[in-house]
Design a protein around this ligand. Structure first.
Ligand code: EPZ
Length: 418
């Protein structure tokens, strides 16, 4: 079990380059199944989640060449249609491969993705959408088998603007007969990145980024190269860490238009933020002010930044309120923060945070990916040595986090456990 050892109390200062987006890389890696050809991807973060997704593609017969952030995927000789159970369990977002395998092979078998640390994470919207596309689905002893002669375009209205379901419908519909329209579609930037990549291959995906997306089936897709968008959640995490440590940092390679609600809330909390084309400069105030946050589907405040923002607000001057509207169990990190002196009460979806002057160092455990990042922020603000265990969660979603933070003046060391 790996741990971070953090010596807190230092202001973060300097420049840091944001990596490519984890949540854009996963569906875009899946899309490489569709063209049965070579796709060269750039700016793919080298993290556990992308490593697992590439491992599954290799097991299904794709040829993968990796060279730091550059990845070449050749899906020409891919034959496998069954996602390995153990890898499905390890990372629930592998369900995104189902749509791409169905889109090309009209058949796929996968196991129910385990719930995870932030909620039950059902896939009912994925499955009901597949059925609307003419796909037969059989569920037996934890496995789901999907098959059809051909995928027929249809009109699909999502009960909830699910990011994964929207991506899966797009991937399954690229070669469909006719047109598929998704209403109440998710509008996240990662979906726009997926659509841009597919359209570069020759697909016809219109309206990505709005709540109505139209996919017109095509016959063939071509080999391309494509650069992954910057990771807006990593960028938001680094902004909050800078704000909490009283620092002054310039983020490089970031799309500020993906972070509008986050930037506004940081400004409300007293931060001075300057935006230029691909950079954001943040200067923290002496003491942060409290704010109210409600997580919402994009373009609302992102649920993936709820935890780091919550950790930052534990040392604001006053009382903050957070309402988590997307996932039902995304406050586990607060239990760990209380061990560091945070004053928080949680009632259902709402967390009330009474700011304290300083957190104190402690030994804590990372409960999940973004909760782990929240504990890193807390450790960097607390005087003394904080040990965060179970950081495997954090390594799933943040590329070279300790290297980036060390470059900004933090004292953080990765300790290999037994
Ligand atoms: C994506 O997860 C992201 N993951 C999540 O980021 C992110 O938190 C989430 O979108 C919301 O923005 C990836 O892109 C790999 P959803 P996804 O389907 O697609 C319910 C991170 O930390 N729902 O939009 O799984 C679901 O239970 C991760 O990087 C159904 O009810 O999210 C949840 O309450 C965490 N039925 C809500 O919708 C379904 O069939 C949002 O889920 C699907 C979802």
């Amino acid at each position: 079990m790996k741990s971070y050892i953090i010596e807190g109390g230092k202001k973060l200062e300097g420049d840091v380059k944001v990596s490519g987006s984890k949540n854009a890389s996963l569906p875009i890696i899946a899309s490489c199944i569709l063209n049965g050809n070579i796709t060269k991807l750039y700016n793919v973060p080298n993290i556990r989640d992308t490593q697992i997704t590439l491992k599954i593609l290799r097991l299904l017969g794709c040829k993968i060449k990796k060279n730091s952030g550059k990845i070449e995927i050749n899906s020409k000789n891919m034959t496998g249609k069954e996602i390995p159970e153990e890898l499905m369990r390890e990372m629930r977002s592998t369900v995104i491969l189902a749509g791409a395998i169905l889109g090309r092979f009209k058949e796929v078998t996968f196991s129910y993705p385990g719930g995870c640390d932030i909620g039950s994470r059902p896939i009912d919207l994925h499955l009901s959408s597949f059925k609307k596309l003419g796909i037969q689905i059989e569920e037996e002893s934890g496995f789901i088998h999907c098959i059809c002669d051909k995928i027929i375009g249809n009109d699909i209205n999502l009960d909830f603007p699910s990011v994964g379901a929207t991506e899966n419908i797009i991937l399954a519909s690229v070669y469909a007969e006719g047109t598929t329209t998704i209403t109440n579609a998710a509008m996240e930037p990662e979906i726009v990145d997926l659509a841009n990549c597919l359209n570069k291959m020759g697909a016809k995906v219109e309206g990505a980024g709005t709540n109505e997306i139209k996919i017109t089936g095509v016959k063939k897709l071509k080999p391309i190269s494509y650069g992954i968008m910057p990771d807006r959640i990593e960028a938001g995490t680094l902004l909050c860490i800078t704000a909490a440590t009283g620092g002054n940092v310039k983020l490089l390679n970031v799309c500020s238009e993906h972070l509008v609600p986050v930037i506004h809330k940081l400004q409300e909390a007293g931060c001075n933020i300057t935006i230029s084309k691909n950079d954001i400069i943040i200067k923290a105030p002496r003491r942060l002010k409290p704010v109210e946050i409600k997580t919402m589907p994009y373009p609302g405040f992102p649920t993936d930044l709820q935890q780091v923002f919550g950790a930052m607000l534990t040392i604001a001057k006053g009382t903050s309120v957070i309402v988590e509207n997307i996932f039902e169990n995304r406050y586990k990190y607060m239990t760990e923060l209380k061990r560091m002196g945070a004053k928080v009460t949680i009632e259902g979806k709402t967390a009330v945070i009474k700011g304290v002057k300083k957190l104190s160092c402690a030994s804590v455990q990372s409960p999940d990916l973004r909760g782990g990042a929240a504990l890193v922020l807390a450790g960097l603000t607390a005087k003394g040595k904080t040990k965060i265990s179970h950081i495997e969660y954090i390594l799933r979603g943040y590329e070279k986090l300790e290297e980036k933070l060390t470059k900004l003046g933090a004292s953080i060391v990765l300790e290999e456990g037994e």
